[in-house]
Every structure is written in C-alpha cells, then in structure tokens.
Design a protein around this ligand. Sequence first.
Ligand SMILES: [Zn+2]
Length: 418
Amino acid sequence: MTPEKLFHELLGLGLNWEVVESRFERESGTVFLEIGETAKLWELARCPKEGGLVFCYDHTEVLTWRHLNIFQHRCEITCRLPRGKCRQCGHVFRVRPPWEGLSTHFTKEFEAFALLLMREMPMSKVAETVGETDTRLWRMLFRQVEAAYAEADFSNVCCVGVDEMSIRKGHEYLSVFADLVRKRVLFATEGKDQATWLKFVEALEKHNGHRHAITQVSMDMSPAYQCGVRDNCRNAQIVFDKFHVIKNANEAVDQVRRAEVRVGGAGVWEALHKSQWLWRKNPENLTEAEQERLAGIKNKNLCTAKAYQMRLVLQDIYRSAHVGVARRRLQVWCRWVRWVARFYKANLFGSMVKLAQMIENHLAGILAHWKWGVTNAFMEGLNSVFSATKRKARGYRSTTHLITMLYFISGKLRFPQI
Ligand SMILES: [Zn+2]
C-alpha cells in the first residue's frame, strides 16, 4: 500500500476524491496531503440551484485546511477545489469538499478537536496548544455556535431566570436568560432594560418556545425586568429569588457599617476597619480568627453588629417550612427593623429600613419562593458560570465573544462532532 492509498483510507475519502501526493516538509515539520477530485465526482455532481447536469469548469488556487496532527507533526490538506458549471442554467459553483468544517481553514476533525480543548481551557491557551491564531479559532467557534444555536429547541421552556451580568466593572451589562428546569442558558443580550425582554421573547419563539408558556420568572427586584415580564408574558408569576434578597441584605449591612464608621465614636474605627468581608459570611463559614474578631466586635454593641443580626434572621426566615409562617415572620422582621432604627441618630439604619420597605413592596414575589422554591440554585450558579465565561474569553470582551462563549459553555447546545 502506498502512503497515498493509506491516507486515502484514513481520511475516508471514498470514490470522489483521491490523495494525489503526500509529503513531509522537514523545515516546518508539516505533513502536506494534496487531494484532487476523481472523474467519479462529476458523474454524480448536480447543479445546487435546480439539479441539472454539470461539468468541470475550472479549479480554484491551492487552498489549505488544517487537519489533526500526524504523530507530533502538523498536517495540512491542500487542494485546488474544482468549480462546476451547470449545463442548463450556466451557474458556476465551488464544490464543497467532504473534509471541510464550518470554517474554511479547518477540517471537520480538527474543529471537533479544537472544540474539545475549548471546553477545558481559555481560548488563548487553545491557540497556543494547537498552533493557530485566536482569530481563526474564534471565527470557527462563532460558526459552530451559530449553527448549533439555530437548532436549539426551547419548546419546553416554562421556568425562566434572568439576571444582569457586568462585562466590565460598573459599565456595560448583559442580560442572561436561563431555563431553570433544564439548567441551561437560553439567551443573552446587551443591556439590562425592559427591551431585553422583548428580544428574549422573540428568540424564544424563533426556537419553538412560547411567551405565554412561561409560568414562572425568577429574578432580582429590578423594575425594568418586572415591566418586561408584565408586558410580554401574561401567565408568568414573578419570583424574587432568595439569592438576590440576601444579596440586598448584605449590601444594606455594608452601608450601615460605612455610615457607622463615618459617624465615628470611641473604638468604632478600630472595630470596623477592614471588616466588610466578615459581615458577608455566614457564621458557620468563618475561620477561627474571624470568629474571634467578630465576637470581640459584637460585645461593643455596634449598629453594624445589629444589622448583621437582622440579615441572619432574614436568612433564617427562608428556612421556614410554610409560606404562612414566612409571611408572618417577614412582617415582624420589617417592624423590628423600623423599631430599632428609631433609636439611632444620623439615620444609621437607613439602608436597612429601605430594605424592609422593599421587602414589603415586593412581598408577593418574595413569598412566591415558597410556592416554587425548587429552582433557585441555577440562578446563583449563573454568576460563577459567567465568571468562567469571562476567564475563557480572556482578552476578548466584546459582547459577541462573551455571548458566544456563554452559549458554548452553558447553552447545552448539540455539537454533532463532539
Ligand atoms: Zn443549473
């Protein structure tokens, strides 16, 4: 068996194509496989427009496709692709070779391999590993994700979570929509306003979903998203998820801490200096040193410690088994916060009172947690998913790059090759 015959078999070229020449270029360490079409190709080729008989019109210049390495050596397929011409309509077209992937520079097998690597490591690292430019690899990923996303089916989507993700600190945002039952990202778009909902609903319906099939939407208390839901999905119940309520409580505690430091007093600064992370943690997650410090601060009877206590109680309310109990305890909690706040000057508890007000205003949505409470975990996870996305797309922070990577990592799309 000649090397050409062997490669013909290994590539699975069939009857229409043959390996004309195989050679190894020592300087660049590259194996070149030159492929040409056989006469057989023209027997079966038909005009892509209306199926008429075609003949070989001419050939393109030499094109190359990166293929999987042979041993440790880079391998490239080269071919002057034939162009056919229709005998009836005169249409001239490029014959599509069976090895070509979705991008014009890579073979199918190489694309599959690169996709596997992209699952595991950042793009820059993949580029380094396979010896290709990031730009080419990104272009390949765009095409793959675009093709797979077009096939995605959203017909079962009924529970949706939405959250805003910051692309850069304090600047641009993406709104990310997720299927909470099948735990996958459905859609992402720039911005965090009401209009993002319309875009989501359009995408949903393009993939066989339906806006009125959505029965539950889990989110933070942003008015823009609430309007978006009301305007677009009439059957959806809004659920303010626990994750965001507790996050708001953490922020409120931090504001109390900052206000208290500002107002000052004996020993306040020493006690609260660099303590913000202490208050964010739950007691069971504190290290021994942190526990000691916290115990010391607690004895000083500071507002921050009281606010922290309030947060812990709020968190405990989420452990209530029944919605009736939760409702009562939330109401009591709000009264308690207001009552405590009255005893302190300079509006030290302002942020906690605001939180209580917010909870009262959104009580129905917060209590919906007890009715549906199954699906919040994925919403919490979304943040870490997005950090992973940013890590993988390091150096490429355009929304297109990030959304493509997000769909690739967590869209649960089907890539037929891998
Ligand atoms: Zn034709």
